[in-house]
Ligand binder design. Structure first.
Ligand SMILES: [Zn+2]
Length: 356
């Protein structure tokens, strides 16, 4: 069977899972189930006839229903659906990243708010919304704080989308609080982990030693950011916020998430020129190089900033290795977080010389 048929089949399944999780439209779930049923029958396998059976198939290693000739397409030892995180599996996520297909439905509220704020020229509303999603104190909330957070938001569209970023968790006692991002740690293979990638653990100097339990009242209703928001907005947002605060101390005119993301994460107006920084949280310089090679830099970003904890995790030559991989990209500069103020001072000095 052609790779593209399997590609489409897997894409449909991921689409179905995401839509099911977000309770968006059950047509996609039906479409995914029907496509899987037809495929399984063509291979003489018993098709799923109910939703739970569909999930059962998707929680099995893909290699149990797709033949080994497709191993370049998908890690066949892994399932499409990860029961533990109740979302698409890490292998499925890699597949969708690599082949660019399924939208990340859980992060759709961010795009919705961006469009809404753009239409209404409310840059402030967008920055406020993004800033909520990138602060550890809002990662997991009891009902009282959740309701307060939602009702404090006066823009009804933003409020509606903010609600979509959270999900209720009944089993909150089984989790621990991530000391870095504030989200839920789950216990797996003898250790506490934060999300699918466990990035917080990897960039924390000493890992998670005795992480604390959540201290909510008995019988509390508890809400947390959805896994997709945690992964794509909260975790990378932590260094963005920190670096912004650092820059703002010296350059109070610095702006966070300017121009609806078109000008990177942080913009600093130096009078004669504007410097646009993009903060990139990648664990390895190779991963980041690949991402930057593939992205066309259609936006206006000039300087890539590597957050300190990622630089430490990626090794002492992180920036050097990245620079040598991207030596052809004259439009991009790469600096460490610790050099950002020095970089701006130097830029300012040059501007002044030019003006004299
Ligand atoms: Zn975390």
């Amino acid at each position: 069977m052609d790779d593209h048929i399997i590609h489409e089949l897997l894409t449909l399944q991921m689409d179905g899972i995401r839509k099911y999780i977000d309770q968006q439209d059950h047509q996609s779930v039906r479409k995914a189930m029907n496509a899987l049923a037809a495929y399984l029958m063509s291979r003489g396998l018993k098709p799923p006839s109910a939703l739970n059976q569909w999930f059962e198939w998707l929680a099995r290693p893909v290699g149990t229903w797709v033949d080994s000739s497709h191993e370049d397409l998908f890690n066949l030892a892994e399932p499409v659906f990860d029961r533990r995180i109740k979302d698409i599996s890490f292998a499925a996520f890699c597949f969708s990243q690599r082949f660019g297909s399924t939208d990340d439905y859980q992060t759709r509220p961010v795009l919705q708010v961006r469009d809404h704020c753009k239409q209404h020229h409310s840059e402030e509303g967008y920055v406020r919304f993004r800033s909520i999603l990138t602060q550890s104190k809002f990662a997991v909330l009891d009902q009282e704080d959740y309701v307060r957070l939602i009702s404090d938001e006066k823009d009804l569209i933003i409020r509606e989308q903010l609600m979509k970023c959270y999900e209720r968790i009944d089993d909150w006692r089984e989790y621990r609080k991530c000391p870095r991002c504030g989200w839920t740690l789950h216990f797996e293979r003898g250790e506490w982990r934060c999300g699918t990638y466990n990035a917080c653990w990897k960039v924390s100097k000493h890992g998670f030693i005795h992480p604390k339990a959540f201290r909510f009242k008995k019988g509390s209703r508890v809400y947390r950011l959805k896994p997709g928001i945690h992964r794509s907005v909260l975790v990378p947002g932590l260094p963005e916020q920190r670096i912004y605060e650092k820059v703002r101390k010296t350059y109070p005119q610095a702006e966070l998430y300017p121009n609806f993301d078109h000008d990177g994460d942080i913009r600093v107006d130096l009078g004669g020129c504007r410097v646009l920084f993009d903060v990139k949280s990648y664990l390895s310089p190779h991963g980041l190089a690949k991402h930057l090679e593939l992205s066309k830099n259609g936006e206006n970003v000039q300087v890539i900033v590597i957050p300190s904890e990622y630089e430490v995790e990626g090794g002492p030559l992180y920036v050097k290795r990245l620079k040598s991989r991207l030596s052809g990209r004259k439009d991009l500069q790469i600096i460490s977080e610790r050099k950002i103020i020095r970089y701006l001072k130097e830029k300012e000095r040059r501007e002044q010389i030019q003006c004299v």
